[in-house]
Design a protein around this ligand. Structure first.
Ligand code: AMP
Length: 299
């Protein structure tokens, strides 16, 4: 792969140097162009493409970062074996009309002497944060670095990672960063499984069982639509469906406020039913936004 130049036949610029990326983004900004940022860890799929398309619609220039950020993985997690394929990713980005692929090395994001940690307490602590201590500090810190480097007018995040979205929104608001954080709906496989780079880890049996995660969320949504408001009834409905998958084990199922991620006992306003489920050894997350009496809603 050529660096700093499009790979053969490609028009998406591939850059590894954070200084170069800052310069390019500053040039666009000075020229009055609206820049959008789509941060990813690569192994791009249709979920990422939806983010890129949303960015393409609203921005003059689209930067996608591909960086498997070591600081958001805990000991024993899948950092080493996380799928990496920059050539395939650059083709996806080319097709989606991205202008710049920023693919830094860890030493470029965290040069010697780097010390800063961005913590967003309470929002980061429940749900996934309970099982992945330090994860959201890693996410917030790397996003703060990217926002500082690129200074995007808009940054795009998927609703699939709903707690991450809440953490980044809070951070951006508190630190007056990135003009707007744009949330993009979850893209799903035909059977409802949320697209994820980690789906590649699933055995055929686990993959089949994994469709029960969305089926369980749908069951809970139907219950909410029919008027149920108790968090435990909604959680039980989810658990009953997921219980049918021999390879599945629920790590958590919680009803939470979509903004501050505080647990809700009653669905008396919009609430996120957020779940983490192991399919064999692979941990998958998903969620649905519920509205009392209406069931699942997009926004
Ligand atoms: P990742 O590469 O998994 O860190 O994800 C990068 C961005 O893509 C995050 O903002 C995710 O929320 C988003 N994303 C991942 N999967 C999906 C999906 N199935 N639908 C929509 N957005 C997604």
């Amino acid at each position: 792969m050529l660096l700093g130049l499009p790979a053969e036949g490609l028009t998406v610029l591939v850059e590894r140097s954070s200084e170069r990326v800052s310069e390019i983004a500053a040039g666009w900004r000075d020229g009055g162009l609206v820049t959008g940022l789509v941060p990813t860890m690569g192994a791009l799929h249709k979920g990422h493409v939806a983010l890129l398309e949303a960015a393409r619609r609203r921005c003059d220039r689209v930067v996608a970062s591909v960086f498997v950020n070591p600081s958001q993985f805990g000991p024993g997690e899948d950092f080493e074996r996380y799928p990496r394929d920059l050539d395939a990713d650059s083709l996806v980005l080319e097709e989606a009309g991205a202008d710049l692929l920023f693919a830094p090395e860890a030493a470029d994001i965290y040069p010697q002497g780097f010390r800063t940690r961005v913590e967003v307490p309470s929002i980061s602590e429940g749900l996934c944060g309970r099982f992945r201590p330090g994860h959201f500090t890693g996410v917030a810190t790397v996003c703060a670095v990217l926002f500082g480097m690129i200074r995007p007018a808009l940054a795009f995040f998927g609703r699939k990672d709903i707690q991450q979205l809440a953490v980044i929104r809070r951070m951006a608001r508190d630190l007056r960063m990135a003009g707007e954080i744009v949330a993009v709906p979850t893209v799903r496989e035909p059977d409802g499984l949320a697209m994820s780079s980690r789906n590649a880890y699933l055995s055929p049996g686990e993959r089949k069982d994994a469709s029960l995660i969305f089926a369980g969320l749908t069951e809970a949504s139907e219950l909410a639509r029919s008027g149920a408001v108790g968090a435990s009834a909604l959680k039980d409905a989810f658990a009953a469906v997921v219980g049918r998958g021999a390879s599945l084990r629920i790590q958590y199922v919680e009803l939470a406020d979509p903004e501050d991620m505080e647990p809700m006992q009653v669905l008396d306003r919009d609430g996120v039913l957020a779940v983490a489920v192991h399919a064999g050894p692979t941990r998958l997350i998903d969620n649905v936004l519920l509205r009392p009496g209406a069931g699942a809603v997009e926004e």
